[in-house]
Ligand binder design. Structure first.
Ligand code: GLA
Length: 683
């Protein structure tokens, strides 16, 4: 990211996807003039331009792209140049029909939308690499080009394909993983249901099987792994073509918690991490969308190993793809943008610069609305540009925390396979609830791959890790062994990497760490709940509560009972347990879906025992006032974002970078407003 912000003169990035090909060339001078007015310094160009850049096979037309890149450069606006591989033109799909996606039911999907290709198509791969090479050769040395934008949101519309070419690629992937068929038969448990394979050619993607039955779960799991890897191969090939010709940083835009792609693997291949985030209007409950934004930013910062990252897309106002698409009220766009910055972004870009007048996204908001510049939206876009201009000092600073949530895509794929104890147990429900408890308390939290270095964390939370390798289990257990705290949620540690049950009692991988042994699960029916009574006298949980979704029969081997079920299938049985390890180490188990008050009591207890406190904030102001601190070598930057309708006093001294005025003990963050208070660190 530093290479990009250096290229931008040490400023935060501000801009959007820019699709000049949707407009007559006579509009372009006005576009760049208005970009300057808004403070735009970076635009993404060419993302969906393949059909115009290659109107016929092998015939290329770069003239328009030359002209717009030159014009942007003449106006001091840098370019995030795409390799245009996101959607092949209709002529391509017609000429190579086998390149189009086939779904799980064997139906070939058509072109006419976007990402209409099969990731394993040799024709698609050859054509996209050829186009990428031409673009990289032509623009590698153009002074406007500050970075490269490979493809767009990989897998958004084609995360897996079940065609014959995909089947062949899947078999190659399996041969590399298992070497021989015996190993595959063992891993897939094919002695079950007469599924033993005698020839690699017999193996297929998990296409829809006969009525009312399940495909082999390990086959499904491996197909999810393969599908993420297959798209990553596409990224690698295109990025390699660019890196062989150009020196600017290369990225592709992520979609935060996007189930099909294992971003822990993908992030290793990026020169800088970039993300797209859109606010959901419905479905997350009160405050849920604001929390979702914070949680997304925390994941992306973690995928970036704590280094600054780029918000590649968000919206100035409404989107077009939800059932109902409300506009953002005044101030929300600025609060959203600053929340991404507060949590580690070094730039805010939008989809898109000028609102389209045709096509599927014509009702999607943009920096420049249909109604033009005499609009509240445009004025707010300019105000945000001025804010970002005033925040250059923040560039390169980081967010630090000693608490992390263990998160793994393999566990996500595993826990949401079919034929499980309850469809109510998934990955994101649990993760979202636990993260939200911390967010409500003003505690900033990282995400971490369970198998990677956990040395920087005193508290590791494991809301959901159904599938867990031996190495990851040992890694997590080591946190408690060295004096840290670990909290494990129900239905974690159940299976190994092949989705085989860990025998001897649940939660297999963590039973020893927790000092418990569970013998049976009994998930609750829809609407059912159980009463939970606290047995602990140290305020680990704040009194009695209710549990939903899950119960199980827990035996204590070497742990303290913190709470028990009062009723339900296992009355009197332990539900929350704690095992003290030598020193300060503790290992907690939570055997039901505790209500928010109990979960808040438990997690705040764990955090304060580890000395992890919320950022400074007035009592009772959560979640209205979000306070997050970024730190550089020489200063701290306290971002204060007021989502509420009242002014909130914030007792700090420093300088508000947004106004340039001193901030003192008597200052308040205005209702709906933002402040970024800089305080020099002692020399
Ligand atoms: C995604 C895509 C963009 C656009 C926006 C609309 O993020 O990358 O091309 O479709 O969604 O919200």
């Amino acid at each position: 990211m530093k290479r990009l912000t250096d290229r931008l003169g040490g400023r935060l990035a501000y801009g959007a996807d820019y699709n000049p090909e949707q407009w007559p060339e006579s509009y372009w001078p006005q576009d760049v003039q208005l970009m300057r007015e808004a403070g735009v310094n970076l635009v993404s160009v060419g993302i969906f331009s393949w059909a115009l850049l290659e109107p016929k096979e092998g015939l290329y037309e770069f003239g328009w792209l030359d002209r717009i890149i030159d014009l942007l450069h003449a106006n001091g606006i840098a370019v995030d140049l795409a390799n245009a591989s996101a959607t092949p033109p209709p002529w391509f799909s017609r000429r190579y029909p086998d390149s189009m996606l086939v779904d799980v039911n064997g139906i070939r999907r058509s072109y006419g939308g976007r990402q209409s290709f099969c990731p394993s198509s040799a024709e698609y791969r050859a054509a996209s690499s050829a186009l990428t090479a031409l673009i990289a050769d032509r623009y590698a040395d153009h002074p406007a080009v500050a970075m490269w934008h490979v493809h767009n949101e990989y897998g958004c519309h084609n995360w897996s394909c079940y065609c014959d070419a995909s089947a062949e690629a899947f078999r190659r992937w399996l041969q590399a993983r298992y070497s021989d068929l015996d190993a595959l038969n063992e891993a897939w448990g094919t002695s079950f249901w007469s599924q033993h394979y005698y020839d690699w050619a017999e193996i297929l993607p998990p296409r829809t099987p006969s009525y009312h039955t399940f495909a082999n779960p390990t086959q499904q799991l491996d197909f999810a792994r393969f599908s993420s890897d297959e798209l990553l191969d596409c990224f690698r090939a295109e990025a390699a073509v660019i890196r062989g010709r150009a020196a600017q940083p290369v990225t592709t835009n992520f979609m935060q918690f996007f189930k099909p792609l294992d971003y822990w693997t993908w992030s290793q291949e990026q020169d800088l991490i970039s993300n797209d985030h859109y606010r959901l209007a419905e479905g997350l409950g009160a405050g849920g969308a604001t929390h979702d934004l914070a949680m997304s930013a925390d994941l992306i910062r973690s995928l970036s190993d704590g280094a600054p990252w780029l918000l590649m897309e968000h919206s100035t106002s409404a989107v077009n793809w939800q059932p109902r698409n409300p506009a953002k009220p005044p101030g929300q766009m600025i609060r959203d943008s600053l929340t991404h910055l507060a949590r580690g972004a070094d730039g805010d870009l939008f989809f898109q610069w000028r609102a389209s007048k045709a096509g599927a996204e014509k009702f999607h908001s943009a920096m420049l609305p249909h109604a033009g510049t005499d609009t509240a939206r445009w004025r707010e876009v300019c105000a945000l540009g001025a804010h970002l201009g005033a925040l250059a000092d923040v560039v390169g600073s980081r967010v630090a925390t000693r608490i992390a949530i263990a998160f793994d895509w393999n566990a996500w794929w595993g826990v949401e396979l079919d034929s499980h104890p309850s469809i109510d147990v998934g990955m994101m429900g649990q993760v979202r609830r636990w993260h939200r408890v911390l967010w409500e308390q003003g505690i900033v939290c990282d995400f971490v791959h369970p198998g990677r270095d956990l040395a920087g964390y005193d508290v590791v939370l494991v809301p959901s890790l159904y599938l867990c390798t031996d190495e990851a289990a040992a890694n997590i257990s080591a946190v408690a062994a060295r004096g840290g705290s670990v909290v494990i949620g129900y239905f974690s540690g159940i299976v190994d990497q092949d989705d085989h049950i860990r025998l001897g009692g649940y939660p297999g991988a963590f039973a020893e760490l927790l000092g418990i042994r569970s013998e049976e699960f009994s998930p609750l029916l829809q609407g059912e709940q159980v009463r939970v009574t606290s047995k602990s006298d140290d305020a680990a949980m704040t009194g009695d509560s209710v549990g939903t979704i899950w119960t199980e029969l827990v035996n204590i081997e070497d742990a303290e009972v913190v709470a028990v079920f009062d009723d339900g299938p296992f009355p009197g049985g332990p539900v929350v347990t704690r095992r003290a390890l030598p020193g300060t180490g503790t290992a907690w188990y939570v055997g039901t879906e505790l209500d928010t008050a109990a979960m808040t009591g438990l997690l705040t207890n764990v955090c304060s025992a580890a000395g992890i406190e919320a950022a400074p904030r007035p009592a009772g102001q959560r979640p209205d006032l979000d306070v997050i601190v970024r730190q550089s070598d020489s200063a701290t930057y306290t971002f204060a974002i007021n989502h509420g309708a009242q002014d909130v006093p914030l007792d700090l001294t420093g300088t508000d970078l947004l106004t340039g005025r001193p901030w003192s003990g008597g200052s308040s963050v205005a209702a709906g407003g933002v402040a970024v208070i800089a305080r020099p660190l002692p020399a």
